[in-house]
Write a protein that binds this ligand. Structure first.
Ligand SMILES: Nc1nc2c(ncn2[C@@H]2O[C@H](COP(=O)(O)OP(=O)(O)O)[C@@H](O)[C@H]2O)c(=O)[nH]1
Ligand SMILES: [Mg+2]
Length: 325
């Protein structure tokens, strides 16, 4: 059965879960009808609070996500959860390990859980993730939690456009703290030392506090990222974390930063899509035209360096008056 974009869009606004799930699958498969639905629903998005969670595997992000969602549900707020794993080919339901942890939530019709793997990367994983965020936003979720599996570059890119970014770490991991330094310290709005029931939690907490205090900041800081401890397994600290997330939301709204973040995300989202289109168009010229092939050959023959080759390629695209739409 193939649903039309209008039909799916209408059902989405009526809070039909199956329509949401179906639309997400269409996005992942790069089906053209999905684009029409995305166009229609854009006007209805922009209400959700997008919360990103990143940190090393095993630090407890999924457990924390689950607890946060339960907390929101206890307040009668609706939640969308997106688990992004660039290393996994799997998409669809929750990832195997997380499925167990997320099980308690899966019976709740107001919680929508979805995993995204590299299969959704056909059109770029972060483009697909953004599409899914927008779908769940229009679907009416109050909070959309985006959990990324690792803390690599791809994950940072994805989490960067969350409105509130939570960095999760755990005790005793000296290297872990070091890893946090690389880029991630800048993007964290809230830092969590999870597994506070473990030895060395206080030490990790104070190390992290120190790093957050002395981190380089680009603009004048009007928000000081709190460093909190949690025991996600027992739900300890989750209410406080939810409080900090809401505080950050209030800060974003009152300072005008929310507007800035939205502008930044829209810009990046569009550039990323454009990037894909240009890359695709350039690839097609390389594959189908003698001059494109020739550029590669001359690179291989060491006559042309990659930067000059890219310039030449750009010239060729301009000559062709290539329409990348
Ligand atoms: N001791 C302890 N274990 C925890 C805590 N939170 C999560 N875990 C366990 O740590 C493991 C990894 O958790 P998970 O949520 O999958 O981490 P993720 O990879 O960051 O999503 C699981 O076995 C959890 O049960 C905690 O607060 N204390
Ligand atoms: Mg996880």
């Amino acid at each position: 059965m193939s649903d039309t974009a209008e039909e799916l869009f209408r059902r989405l606004l009526e809070k039909d879960r199956r329509a949401a799930a179906r639309l997400i699958t269409m996005v992942e498969n790069g089906q053209p009808e999905a684009r029409e639905a995305l166009r229609l629903l854009h006007r209805h998005s922009g209400r959700a609070h997008i919360v990103g969670l990143t940190g090393s595997p095993g630090s407890g992000k999924s457990t924390l996500t689950c607890r946060l969602a339960q907390h929101y549900r206890s307040l009668d707020r609706s939640v969308g959860i997106i688990c992004v794993d660039p290393t996994s080919p799997f998409t669809g339901g929750a990832l195997l390990g997380d499925r167990v942890r997320m099980q308690e939530l899966s019976g709740d019709p107001e919680v929508f859980i979805r995993s995204m793997g590299s299969r959704g990367a056909l059109g770029g994983l972060s483009v697909a993730t953004n599409d899914v965020i927008n779908i769940l936003d229009a679907f009416g979720k109050d909070y959309i939690i985006v959990e990324t599996v690792g803390a690599g570059q791809v994950e940072i890119e994805i989490v960067k456009f969350a409105q509130t970014c939570i960095v999760v770490t755990m005790p005793g991991a000296g290297d872990e703290i070091q890893a946090i330094k690389a880029g991630i310290l800048e993007i964290g709005d809230i830092f969590v030392v999870n597994k506070a029931d473990r030895e060395g939690a206080l030490r990790t907490l104070s190390d992290l506090e120190m790093m957050v205090e002395t981190r380089p900041v680009r603009e004048e800081p009007t928000w000081t990222p709190p460093v909190m401890s949690c025991i996600a397994l027992e739900g300890t600290g989750v209410e406080e974390l939810a409080g900090a997330i809401d505080d950050h939301w209030v800060y974003l709204r009152q300072s005008g930063m929310l507007e800035q973040k939205i502008i930044g995300r829209m810009r990046a989202e569009m550039l990323e899509i454009l990037n894909l289109k240009v890359t695709r168009a350039a690839g097609a010229v390389i594959d189908s035209e003698g001059r494109g092939q020739d550029i590669i050959k001359r690179m291989v023959g060491r006559e042309l360096d990659p930067h000059s080759a890219a310039d030449e390629m750009a010239g060729l695209l301009a000559e062709r008056e290539l329409d990348v739409r």
